[in-house]
Design a protein around this ligand. Structure first.
Ligand code: FES
Ligand code: FES
Length: 163
């Protein structure tokens, strides 16, 4: 919809973000990543390529990992969104977060929120096999410019075995 000056009109959407119901008015062309970062202050989700190629912006939508830079916020009315801020339980790190810490699975940390969110999906995805190659393939949508891949795979292996 557009207003009298032909500008798009904000659309009201309801999102459940990290367990909390949130109402948001967003222009129809705003992507989920920008809505989270710029309108809700959830800056843990990172903008890397902004073109669906690096995975830095990964969030869970109804339990599935999604590149939030490619997805319009208005299409998520009623959805359950988990960002990196929602992985921990209060002060207690999630198994994936703890494993990343234990295995030193980051250097600069820019890709880490997206890596941990994708890894969280993998914890429950039994279609992905158990070898390092299986994990690396499943995580191939998350690029790490620091090359921390070996430790990322080790962290995910450890979290999956413990979980
Ligand atoms: S910022 Fe979304 S995939 Fe790179
Ligand atoms: S830890 Fe630096 S980009 Fe992955």
């Amino acid at each position: 919809m557009k207003d009298a000056t032909n500008m798009p009109v904000d659309v009201a959407i309801d999102l459940r973000i990290n367990g909390k119901m949130t109402q948001l008015d967003v222009p129809p062309n705003v992507v989920l990543l920008d809505a989270l970062r710029d309108r809700l202050g959830l800056t843990g989700t990172k903008k890397g390529c902004d073109h669906g190629q690096c995975g830095a912006c990964t969030v869970l939508v109804n339990g599935e990992a999604v590149n939030s830079c490619l997805s319009l916020a208005v299409t998520h009315d009623g959805d359950d969104i988990t960002t990196v801020e929602g992985l921990a339980d209060g002060e207690t790190l999630s198994p994936v977060q703890q494993a990343f810490l234990d295995h030193d699975a980051f250097q600069c940390g820019y890709c880490t929120p997206g890596q941990m969110v994708s890894a969280t999906e993998l914890m429950h995805n039994h279609a992905v096999g158990d070898t390092d190659a299986d994990i690396a393939e499943a995580m191939s949508g998350n690029i790490c410019r620091c090359g921390a891949y070996k430790n990322i795979v080790a962290a995910i292996q450890s979290a999956r075995k413990a979980g």
